[in-house]
Design a protein around this ligand. Structure first.
Ligand SMILES: [Zn+2]
Length: 357
């Protein structure tokens, strides 16, 4: 009898561990400590504040979450944005998807997190705690985190254990380039499967890339969840063209995943796939003027930028280090000695580089 009671208690306890935990509400939006989309009603869009930790002054860090749970069963696609607080276009993409994807037409579940890093977003900073700590940690190097660890490790651990990992069958993490620089529409992928996801999103450039330890993309991929990082242009703005392209690409990926009806658009013929990247650096400090636009095809040794001193005298012409495409430019002309004025992506035929050099 005792054993039976214990067994029933375990049976009752087990699902509760994984279930959504609601701890309160703010202006009628539930505040949750854990999300399991399995226990939400089908055919509805729901909004939550996810509690991901507390600030030094005791305010909770609340991360916005929108779950569009389709009327029909299907995969769970996790879309995250704003892990770097100066990279904003992805937030607008997720806002648009939250408003336009109709749960009645959806098969599967869209989990949208439009703003992963509230302290960074409040200060328009790439870091998690830009001015408070000694180390200015990058939240996108901290996954899977550690609950009970340092502030950033705990924040990452709560995100990972209670929100991101349990609700993802595939994922796209949306970024832009950082302050003072610009990307085209650009995707990082690390395997043939994620390259296919990247192609369907229809960027200008795909970079096959082994990635950095602790990113959302690579930590999910290491755990068996196909994931890509989608870079949408410039920081600190809502760029309508990039936002529309991001939304359209993600809807195409959802059609491929059979989450939405309709025909899948094939990848554009202009798509450039690279597996290596090399910076073009100024050897002297000064004012840089670029000679070519973002996206331009370049040849090795082709002039890329002129560096001028404080009096406007030409001190250096920076040349391209490789044949390839310009996928990143410095938009801020102030250039330090050794600073990059551009980066060139190219395809290496080395078989060891197939998924990134
Ligand atoms: Zn970023």
């Amino acid at each position: 009898m005792r054993g039976l009671i214990l067994a029933s208690a375990l049976l009752l306890a087990a699902p509760a561990l994984a279930a959504t935990e609601t701890i309160g509400s703010l202006d009628a939006t539930p505040i949750i400590d854990r999300l399991d989309t399995a226990d939400l009603p089908a055919g509805q869009t729901q909004r939550f504040w996810f509690r991901a930790g507390a600030s030094p002054v005791g305010q909770p860090w609340l991360v916005p979450v929108v779950v569009v749970k389709g009327a029909a069963a299907g995969p769970r696609l996790l879309l995250t944005a704003g892990i770097h607080g100066d990279e904003l276009n992805g937030i607008a993409v997720l806002h648009r998807l939250a408003a336009t994807v109709d749960p009645a037409r959806l098969a599967g579940t869209l989990v949208l997190v439009p703003g992963l890093n509230p302290p960074g977003l409040m200060q328009s900073a790439r870091q998690f705690t830009p001015d408070w700590g000694r180390s200015a940690p990058n939240l996108n190097r901290e996954m899977p985190g550690k609950e009970g660890g340092s502030a950033v490790a705990d924040f990452a651990g709560r995100l990972w254990n209670r929100l991101l990992r349990p609700n993802a069958d595939a994922a796209v993490d949306l970024h832009t380039q950082s302050r003072g620089t610009a990307y085209m529409m650009y995707v990082f992928a690390s395997s043939p499967r994620t390259r296919r996801m990247a192609e369907l999103v229809a960027p200008d450039i795909i970079k096959m890339d082994k990635g950095d330890k602790g990113t959302v993309e690579n930590t999910l991929a290491d755990d068996g969840v196909p994931a890509i990082t989608l870079e949408l242009g410039r920081p600190e703005m809502f760029d309508d063209v990039m936002i529309a392209r991001g939304e359209s690409g993600l809807l195409n990926l959802m059609r491929e995943m059979k989450m939405l009806p309709g025909k899948v658009t094939p990848p554009p013929a202009s798509l450039f796939v690279a597996n290596d990247i090399v910076p073009a650096r100024a050897s002297k400090p000064g004012w840089a003027r670029l000679l070519l636009p973002l996206g331009a095809a370049v040849k090795k040794d082709q002039p890329l930028a002129e560096i001028r001193d404080a009096f406007g005298r030409l001190v250096e012409t920076v040349i391209s280090p490789a044949d390839g495409r310009i996928n990143m430019i410095a938009t801020d002309p102030r250039t330090d000695q050794g600073g990059s004025v551009a980066r060139i992506v190219w395809w290496s035929a080395d078989p060891a580089c197939a998924n990134g050099c």
